[in-house]
Ligand binder design. Structure first.
Ligand SMILES: C[S@@+](CC[C@H](N)C(=O)[O-])C[C@H]1O[C@@H](n2cnc3c(N)ncnc32)[C@H](O)[C@@H]1O
Length: 266
């Protein structure tokens, strides 16, 4: 599955990811001189925040999506963010940075559940980290968005949509702590914290919920002709709300299970 993101739409519909990113940044306890690799930087707003926090350091932000990198480079240009560099690169090729630069921190928010081969990512990350360097990742973990997935499954099976999903393959990889512990150990990392964390994602109504589904769940809607995509998402929302109605303020809640990984290179 290609990373066929609409970067502008993502930038406007990623409040949830931004909140998690900000919470994750706080756990870095930055001193201001670190070299940070941001893996799967998306529209670049979290990388830009990081670059402001490491005024004497620098941020290298990579993403597999050309649209995202083009958008991020336009939003956060070198002349305003001299210590921030965007580069189109797949997370499984991080080892290619090895000859270029060594980093103090590898950081990643809301990206790695898109990647199947985490063993390759961790191996690459170990190669580009300094000794004593560290990683802090948060991604969708085992059991994440289960109720959204169930609702999509119901709608996929509806007569209007079924035929388009005949060759459907699930696009996300939700791993558990025990998977990571093996990959960390094999690649000379000492785990500090590897845990599944439950989070509530709040959308202030159907439009906001649909905005998130439209931008981050394109691997599903891409199976459909463009003319059917909006109706499909509206149907998913209706099905979801049968079991998870909006709260008294009209907010729709989604139960998220995030896998957070903190480890030191040894
Ligand atoms: C939900 S966005 C998160 C963006 C940003 N980190 C944030 O928190 O707003 C996921 C990003 O991961 C990127 N991505 C997915 N698979 C990737 C891979 N194999 N290598 C690098 N980036 C990848 C996508 O292109 C997308 O920009």
């Amino acid at each position: 599955m290609g990373q066929n993101w609409n970067a502008e739409d993502y930038a406007m519909n990623s409040k949830g990811q931004l909140k998690w990113g900000e919470e994750l940044i706080e756990k870095l306890f930055l001193e201001g001189n670190e070299a940070i690799l941001d893996i799967g930087c998306g529209d670049g707003k979290i990388s830009a925040k990081l670059s402001k926090l490491v005024k004497e350091g620098e941020v290298f932000a990579i993403d597999a999506s050309e649209n995202m990198i083009r958008f991020a480079s336009g939003q956060f240009p070198k002349k305003l963010f001299p210590n921030l560099t965007f580069l189109k690169m797949n997370a499984i090729e991080i080892n290619k940075l090895n000859s270029l630069k060594k980093f103090d921190i590898a950081f990643s928010n809301a990206c790695l559940h898109w990647v199947k081969n985490h063993a390759a990512v961790i191996k690459g990350v170990r190669a580009i980290l300094k000794n004593g360097g560290r990683i802090l990742f948060q991604m969708g973990g085992r059991g994440d968005v289960g109720e959204v997935l169930s609702s999509i499954k119901v709608v996929r099976a509806m007569p209007a949509y079924r035929k388009y999903f005949e060759n459907f393959a699930a696009p996300y990889y939700f791993y558990g702590a025990e998977d990571y512990e093996i990959w960390l150990d094999k690649n000379d990392f000492l785990p500090v914290r590897v845990e599944l964390i439950s989070k509530d994602m709040r959308h202030d109504g159907d439009e906001s919920f649909k905005g998130w589904l439209r931008t981050a769940w394109f691997p599903y809607t891409d199976y459909l002709p463009k003319a059917l995509r909006d109706a499909f998402l509206a149907e998913v929302i209706e099905v979801y709300k049968i079991n998870h109605p909006a709260d008294e303020f009209g907010n729709i809640h989604v139960k998220m299970i995030r896998l957070e990984v903190e480890a030191h290179a040894v």
